[in-house]
Ligand binder design. Sequence first.
Ligand code: 13P
Length: 251
Amino acid sequence: MNRRALLAGNWKMHMNIAQAVELAQAVAKAGSGCTDRDVMLAPPFTALASVAQALQGSNVLLASQNVAWEAQGAFTGEIAPPMLTDIGVRMAIIGHSERRQIFLEDDAMINRRLRAALAFGLTPVLCIGETLRERESGATFRVLEQQLRGALQEVSADRAEQIVLAYEPVWAIGTGKTATTAQAQEAHAFLRGLLADMFNKKVAETIRILYGGSVKPDNIDELMAQADIDGALVGGAALKIESFERIIRFQ
Ligand code: 13P
């Protein structure tokens, strides 16, 4: 199957504007020769407009780290989809485990965010993943299914085809503990099967499934060699150009 690889950096709550612009320019330069893969950056909200300018003329895709479900209104602290498209944002991370765990976002809320993103032309990067307790109790697949079905409620097959899915086992995020390639591939294959069941085979084969959780220069090649791993959502290693460039240039 010919899915285009997507290497994505999630900067989380890091970087002031000057640092963000500098790193974005370095990433644009590093990615300029890559015609067979996509590169995405998700800076914090405060740096989005400046990074959008810095990325003009490059092929790096710009993403937000979240998105509200209404176009405007009394939603203190939230950012609406048209505010993002207005400054050149094309994609939005939705349902990151830090949003779920620290800010108590549930599947219903994530579903509203995802449908709004699609309605306003933003590509959702939907994150799902199990905790260590859930994995150890044998609940991984049940949890993944619940999160996937919950997030994609009332989404048509046509629309579903446009999303990017990210499998991020919570126990592997920022811990230095990567899922083994076999564990990651097993979860990705499960998710692809589930997508075929929920929608159809074409949707399942079109959607890119990224792996996230302690992706580093020394494990990217092996991860990318797996049949159902179509890219990576990178946290810590995306904050330094040396490590992120190596990840972009996986073999
Ligand atoms: P780390 O790469 O720092 O483990 O973070 C992964 C992640 O949460 C990306 O969204």
